[in-house]
Design a protein. Structure first.
Lengths: 256, 298
């Protein structure tokens, strides 16, 4: 198989996996307990790194843009610049990349070791469909939790930006807050929540697909873990561009 | 052999019948129909032929030992029975039902009848011994009380009741294999598949695993496939039988003048083809140089 055929084959397999996982939600058995456990693991577990990422990204944005804005005497708009870039782009993408590193690798490694130690076969032999038991809860948890994590990252980013503007550039907090409020429209918030839905789906499906198709023993587990993180991260970034364009057209956002 | 173990379902136990009577007493349709039947099964991966027109039958209460070199398609046969793989052509009948074209959902029902013992045990790392053994019943939404009773009964069967609260990584290789057997046997499947259950075990532990297989065959009327490449296993399973003495203990006796075991047959694979099928006596007399080398290792 050439590279194009391989890519199309993987795309087909991943689409089938996503389809089966979501179609399975409409009939029994459902694994609600497992889904909640994954939500805790993925959502609550990733909160610290996502908050830190958001906080310092917001801070550094103000740090870098403030002097330029000051040069044009529009430093009162610092909040607006941070808010738009964070909520439209950096919040969703950076959260997705952090979660892809932390969760994508974990899912792929866990499923991969289950494959090589025949635990997936054992599960099927004992009458459980691994798509329902393992894939669906993880996909669902990612799709639900990533938007929430993104919101948390956005909020902490704005706080970080505000602190930097206040402490390093002596800007009044109220000026910053007012500028943030002027900067964000409802469509920005909406777009910022829609993106992570898709990113969660990409991270989860790539990680599950790579994990479940592990071959070649423990070395194979390492390889599929690396693949899962790299491929998911790249697709998050590529998809982000097209998603941004689609949202601009659909929601009429991003004009100013 | 003086191995002794107490055994619960003494009253249900079926003693091996006299070989002469066996053929005639098969009047029940259920018993005549083979538990497993392969009809001209072909399977290949890319260009490599794994199974090249395999046909065989396994009756109820019968054990089929599948011999052959590593990579010779032995484990593939087991994976086909479980529907983990699909054949390219041919029929696979479980209880008279052709499963070759079954969907994953349809296979789930078939799998309830089959217990599988994996090479390394394949226990779920994240679950305790209790949860591993209970897994199948838990999936079937059986009540907690019954689960507990059944799990204890199965762990007693493999003599591991003490390990009930341990995690798989605290167990030795032999113990993991035995927990794997207990997990395969819960729900009393009619068919049990052993995939090289003694590989990598010391001789006494391997012997224990073989005794469990003998006990299942002779006392619980289970049909089984025993994939192996160790001739010791073949010797144990073809020459000894389990029975229950007056005190209710399970004892293992050697076949002799009065009783000749016919419920264990051997099937040998080479390059995806069956090159031998029959009893151990016939195997020993076989003149084929490949088979001779396999039996004697030289």
């Amino acid at each position: 198989m050439g590279p194009t055929a391989r890519f199309l084959f993987a795309l087909q397999e991943i689409s089938i996996l996503i389809w089966k996982a979501f179609a399975g939600l409409f009939s029994k058995p459902r694994y609600i307990g497992e889904t909640v456990r994954q939500m805790d693991l993925i959502g609550v577990g990733s909160l610290p790194i996502v908050l830190l990422t958001g906080f310092f990204t917001g801070g550094v944005l103000v740090l870098q843009t403030f002097p330029t804005l000051e040069y044009y005497s529009i430093q009162n708009e610092a909040g607006r610049s941070v808010a738009t870039s964070l909520i439209r782009e950096l919040g969703p993408v950076l959260s997705a990349l952090m979660v892809s590193g932390r969760i994508g690798s974990a899912i792929s490694a866990e499923l991969g070791s289950m494959v090589v130690s025949q635990q997936i076969d054992a599960m099927r032999a004992l009458g459980t469909d691994p798509t329902r038991k393992l894939v669906a809860p993880r996909l669902l948890a990612l799709v639900f939790m990533l938007p929430l994590l993104t919101v948390a990252a956005d909020i902490f980013g704005l706080i970080g930006g505000g602190i930097v503007a206040n402490l390093l550039f002596n800007q009044d907090v109220n000026v910053f807050i007012q500028s943030v409020r002027n900067g964000i429209a409802t469509t920005d918030l909406l777009g910022g929540m829609i993106k992570p839905l898709f990113f969660g789906l990409i991270i989860g499906s790539v990680a599950c697909y790579k994990g479940l198709n592990t071959t070649g023993g423990t070395v194979g587990v390492g390889k599929s873990t690396t693949d899962a993180v790299v491929i998911a991260s790249i697709w998050v970034i590529i998809f982000d561009f097209f998603l941004s364009k689609a949202l601009q057209v659909l929601l009429d956002m991003g004009r100013i | 052999m003086e191995e002794t173990e107490t055994f619960d379902e003494l009253e249900n136990a079926e003693l091996p019948e006299r070989p002469g009577d066996l053929e005639d007493s098969y009047d029940d349709v259920q018993r005549v129909r083979p538990a497993i039947e392969f009809r001209d099964v072909f399977l290949s991966f890319d260009d490599k032929v794994i199974l090249d027109g395999i046909s065989f039958k396994i009756g109820r209460g019968e054990t089929k030992m599948i011999l052959g070199r590593s990579g010779g398609g032995k484990s593939t046969i087991i994976r086909l029975i479980l529907g983990l793989l699909k054949p390219d052509s041919g029929e696979i009948l479980i209880d008279g039902e052709n499963i070759a074209d079954f969907s994953e959902e349809e296979m789930m029902d078939v799998r309830q009848k089959v217990g599988m013992v994996f090479q390394e045990g394949a226990l779920f790392d994240s679950l305790s011994v209790y949860e591993n053994v209970a897994y199948r019943l838990r999936e079937q939404k059986v009540g907690e009380e019954e689960i507990q009773r059944e799990v204890r009964r199965m762990l007693r069967f493999v003599d591991l009741e003490d390990a009930i609260d341990k995690m798989p990584d605290e167990l030795s290789g032999g113990m993991r294999r035995r927990v794997g057997i207990a997990r395969a046997l819960i729900g009393d499947p009619e068919i049990v598949l052993f995939d090289e259950p003694t590989a990598g075990l010391d001789p006494p532990t391997a012997r224990t695993i073989c005794e469990l297989a003998i006990k299942l065959r002779d006392l619980q009327d289970v049909s089984s496939i025993f994939v192996t490449h160790e001739m010791n296993n073949v010797r144990y399973l073809t020459s000894e039988y389990a029975t229950v003495d007056e005190t209710g203990r399970v004892i293992y006796e050697k076949e002799g003048e009065s009783l000749c075991l016919i419920n264990t047959k051997i099937l040998m694979l080479r390059d995806g083809k069956i090159i031998f099928e029959g009893s151990d006596e016939k195997l020993q007399k076989c003149d084929d140089p490949y088979i001779k080398r396999f039996i004697h290792g030289k």
